[in-house]
Design a protein around this ligand. Structure first.
Ligand code: ADP
Ligand code: ADP
Ligand code: ZN
Length: 219
């Protein structure tokens, strides 16, 4: 059983990336964000990036076969030996089944699924005001979590930008895709008894306190 084999689940804008930064620094596990990996592939114009681009721009999911492949490869890296934090994966039942099979093959299983819950109107405001660091991908918000200097990353000094898929029209589609394809994963993992539901509609510090209590003390 992988106590620190962790998944961050929740709708777009729930605060997965924000909270992942806290978890990886306290628990020393690598942050595996499929969104970050895919955006990197798009930027570098790799064959996978060229295929993924149109889905991402529309706010649709990239095909399971593509995403499952990149996560399986990433989980082979030695830094995942003591655990990992998946952010943005799995997003469909077939992805969750593929992850269970891959972990089962090495005698591990999902330790905890942190489900961050936030209601829909709050999500639209969070996503349309989000800014991301071009260098380290840290998320900020123009009103809810502004950087100290406009458009400059507090963490690394990188330039902040607005993701093309954080426009209101695309956001609505992403929320629908979440409800149809990803939300059922909460029930899937409930059957394994590993879900911790966290109220994401509080200050980031309070959200993190709940997450820490759910994961337990660091090793
Ligand atoms: P996700 O990774 O789930 O899509 P992010 O962590 O990128 O979400 O957060 C989405 C936006 O909401 C960002 O602009 C972030 O600064 C902001 N945000 C994150 N947590 C909170 C919170 N608890 N309250 C208000 N805004 C938040
Ligand atoms: P957010 O948490 O704000 O929704 P992400 O950065 O996790 O955004 O994902 C951005 C986009 O990348 C998604 O809308 C989707 O097109 C693609 N993507 C990321 N992770 C996956 C995944 N596990 N399966 C399919 N598509 C994915
Ligand atoms: Zn940065």
């Amino acid at each position: 059983m992988g106590q620190f084999d962790l998944i961050m689940l929740g709708p777009p804008g729930a605060g997965k990336g924000t909270q992942a930064a806290n978890v990886v620094s306290d628990y020393g596990v690598p942050h595996i964000s499929t969104g970050d990996m895919l955006r990197d592939a798009v930027k570098n114009q790799t064959p996978m990036g060229m295929e993924a681009k149109r889905y991402m721009e529309a706010g649709d999911l990239v095909p399971d076969s593509v995403v499952i492949g990149i996560v399986k490869d990433r989980l082979q890296q030695p830094d995942t030996a003591k655990g990992f934090l998946l952010d943005g994966f799995p997003r469909t039942i077939p992805q969750a089944e593929a992850l269970d099979a891959a972990l089962g093959g090495i005698g591990r299983s999902v330790g905890k699924v942190v489900a961050i819950l936030v209601d829909e109107e709050a999500l639209v405001a969070r996503l349309t005001g989000r800014r991301i660091c071009r260098t380290c991908q840290a998320p900020f918000h123009v009103s809810f979590n502004p950087p100290k200097t406009v458009d400059v990353c507090d963490r690394c000094g990188g330039e902040l930008y607005q993701r093309a898929d954080d426009s209101e029209a695309t956001v609505r589609n992403r929320l629908e895709v979440y409800r149809a394809q990803t939300e059922p994963l909460i029930e899937y993992y409930d059957k394994q008894g590993v879900v911790a539901r966290v109220d994401g509609d509080q200050s980031p510090d309070k959200v993190y306190a709940e997450i820490k209590a759910a994961i337990g003390p660091a090793a």
